[in-house]
Design a protein around this ligand. Structure first.
Ligand code: UDP
Length: 236
């Protein structure tokens, strides 16, 4: 568990976004994992996740507040959250500015359709070269299509950890591209779901808002976050 914390991006979000912009501009390949307690908990049970978290070529950012708090408890110098949804929004903005291409994979068909409309309206210079919903059975077939199209940005919204495992499986086949597993971000950016009000974001309680809105998340929260915190206090 502790070695995962050593792999976390420890600079400010400002520096992170500057580097991201340059990587996109210069066609440097980058795979970003947005870590929350669930990611680290699952990695301990799953060799593939474990391997990608320890792979130096992968960037891991602290998405959830649980990760930031735990890092501090373990004396790792982690500055702040860098949420996946912010990364997704920034990539759309940068892609628009730099006239890049994007491939969208994941979420429901109606979500993907609204997302395409939002992007065409708000980011007109960003070219969508592929958009597939996340409920088609053959995910490998879709990834082979992504490999063929060589997008500058690849956003995968299938949920943790499937989105990361799939990206990692094909990463070697790409020469360029910014790859991120963005979880429920398509639902929010497309307008199908609301992101938490500012109060929750500011007070780092976005997780609470999501549970209040979708009580079925509580089981998942217990399995990953509560057990995670117990584990961290033990290590400490
Ligand atoms: N999803 C998908 N295919 C599946 C399961 C989930 O495309 O087989 C999508 C789902 O529609 C949602 C996203 O994956 O858009 C996962 O969202 P969630 O909020 O659970 O992700 P989190 O950010 O909590 O990891």
């Amino acid at each position: 568990m502790k070695e995962y914390f050593g792999r976390l991006y420890s600079n400010t979000s400002k520096n992170f976004y500057n580097a991201l912009y340059n990587n996109l501009k210069n066609a440097h390949k980058q795979f970003i994992i947005t870590a929350n307690p669930e990611t680290f908990m699952k990695a301990e049970q799953d060799q593939t996740i474990n391997k990608m978290l320890l792979d130096d070529s992968v960037t891991i950012v602290p998405d959830g507040i649980g990760i930031v708090k735990a890092a501090k408890m373990l004396s790792f110098d982690i500055k702040e959250r860098i949420p996946g949804i912010d990364i997704a929004n920034k990539l759309l903005e940068y892609g628009n500015k730099l006239n890049k291409t994007v491939y969208l994979f994941g979420a429901k068909e109606e979500v993907i359709n609204s997302l395409k409309k939002v992007i065409k309206k708000e980011y007109p210079n960003l070219k969508i070269i592929g958009a597939k919903n996340g409920y088609e059975k053959d995910r490998d077939k879709i990834f082979k299509d992504i490999v063929k199209k060589e997008p500058d940005i690849v956003l995968v919204a299938l949920g943790i950890p499937e989105q990361e495992k799939l990206i990692y499986k094909y990463l070697d086949k790409f020469n360029k591209g910014i790859f991120v597993g963005v979880g429920g971000s398509f639902d929010v950016i497309s307008g199908h779901k609301k992101r938490a009000p500012k109060f929750f974001i500011k007070t780092n309680t976005e997780w609470l808002y999501r549970i209040l809105r979708e009580p079925k998340r509580i089981r998942r929260f217990y399995d990953s976050n509560i057990k995670f915190m117990f584990k961290i206090s033990k290590i400490k």
